[in-house]
Design a protein around this ligand. Structure first.
Ligand code: HEC
Ligand code: HEC
Length: 309
């Protein structure tokens, strides 16, 4: 009965989503250029890690804002068990991290910095490094009017991340009426709406704005160390519930899912439909959906092309 009720709810919601139109990314975004330039330098600086080898950019590369590894690798080649999400367009996500445990970009910064398998640094060592590096100390004093410190560093990195938008994807240009999509891509877009993908992947980032279950209809493997809502709340109902990932630039960020278990988009879509919608996609549907998802690749963020200070 429960399953039937769920299916009916999904069917009804996907009907109401069928006419939903998505929103293009803005072409430009307002941000503080001085802070973002400082944040960019920090984002690329491996000395923010304990052994001086791992910068944010190691796991969030300029190509796609993520890496193409199943699991990210931190200091001393320590491997985690979580796939790194892209930082591109992440300012539009309502929460950050798979579990949604960071409420904003600046709050997120301390998480990788302190994580023993990522950068393994503590606040006082960071403060010493920043105040002891004259070019940083000068920049922080000029911008924040006080000695360099962890809080302002997080603010500067967040400002840089805000600028990491990837506008003008073919899909966005289609939404603005500038170009038409190819027939297969359009079929994929219609399927995306009609099959119900859009019930969870919607809003400006086609995701990033709600918590949803992985395995809503057909259960998905659950591990005690999953980075899900349960890891925060310890409520059994929160097992395998994640902040829905964005689908922007999705063709560039294989492998997929929090556990990096889907090596290609094709595999990811088949699993998604089976676990969350309760049916198998036909090869034709997979092809059309992949063609549509490829139109979501935007331009590389401008700020990454600018010369560093
Ligand atoms: C060793 C690899 C690694 C390093 C270094 C790293 N990250 Fe991450 N990043 C990850 C992983 C893995 C996640 C997902 C973790 C989770 O959800 O529990 C993540 C998540 C994020 C997110 C959330 C994106 C979203 O939409 O949810 C942001 C933003 C981010 N990292 C920024 C940074 C910044 C800034 C730094 C440097 C201070 C950094 N990362 C360093 C691997 C890394
Ligand atoms: C009930 C909500 C829901 C529905 C419906 C849904 N998804 Fe998802 N989607 C999610 C969640 C949650 C994740 C993250 C799962 C994980 O990492 O374990 C996800 C992940 C993905 C990913 C991988 C993203 C990444 O960065 O790893 C792709 C691709 C995807 N979905 C596409 C689709 C498509 C296409 C459809 C329709 C066939 C669809 N989804 C239907 C909730 C949903």
């Amino acid at each position: 009965m429960k399953l039937l009720a769920l299916c009916i709810t999904l069917a009804v919601t996907s009907l109401s989503w069928a006419n939903h139109t998505l929103e293009p990314l803005p072409r430009t975004i307002q941000y503080d250029r001085d802070k973002a330039a400082l944040g960019k330098r920090l984002f690329f600086d491996p000395r923010l890690s304990k052994d001086g080898t791992v910068a944010c950019v190691n796991c969030h590369t300029p190509q796609n804002g993520a890496d193409n590894r199943r699991y990210s690798i931190g200091i001393q080649d320590r491997e985690g068990h979580i796939n790194s999400p892209t930082v591109f367009n992440s300012a539009f996500n309502f929460r950050l991290m798979w579990s949604g445990r960071a409420r904003n970009l600046s709050e997120q910064v301390r998480m990788p910095v302190h994580n023993p398998i990522e950068m393994a640094m503590d606040e006082s060592r960071i403060n010493r490094y920043l105040t002891g590096t004259p070019s940083y100390e000068e920049a922080f004093r000029r911008i924040y009017h006080r000695p360099a410190n962890f809080g302002d560093m997080s603010d500067a990195i967040a400002e840089f991340e805000k600028a990491l938008i990837t506008p003008d994807s073919r899909f966005d240009r289609f939404l603005r009426g500038e170009i038409d999509l190819k027939p297969l891509e359009k079929q994929g877009y219609h399927l995306f709406k009609r099959l119900g993908c859009i019930t969870c992947h919607n809003g400006i980032n086609l995701g990033g704005n709600s918590f949803q279950k992985m395995g809503l209809i057909n259960p998905y493997t659950w591990r005690a160390d999953n980075p899900d809502r349960f890891s925060l709340t310890r409520q059994p109902a929160d097992k395998n519930i994640y902040r829905v990932p964005t689908l922007r630039n999705i063709a560039l960020t294989a492998p997929y899912f929090h556990d990096g278990s889907a090596p290609t988009l094709e595999v990811a879509l088949k699993k998604m439909a089976y676990h969350n919608l309760g049916f198998d996609l036909s090869p034709r549907e997979v092809k059309a959906l992949v063609a549509f998802l490829k139109t979501l690749t935007g331009k590389q963020p401008e700020i990454l092309k600018e010369k560093s200070p």
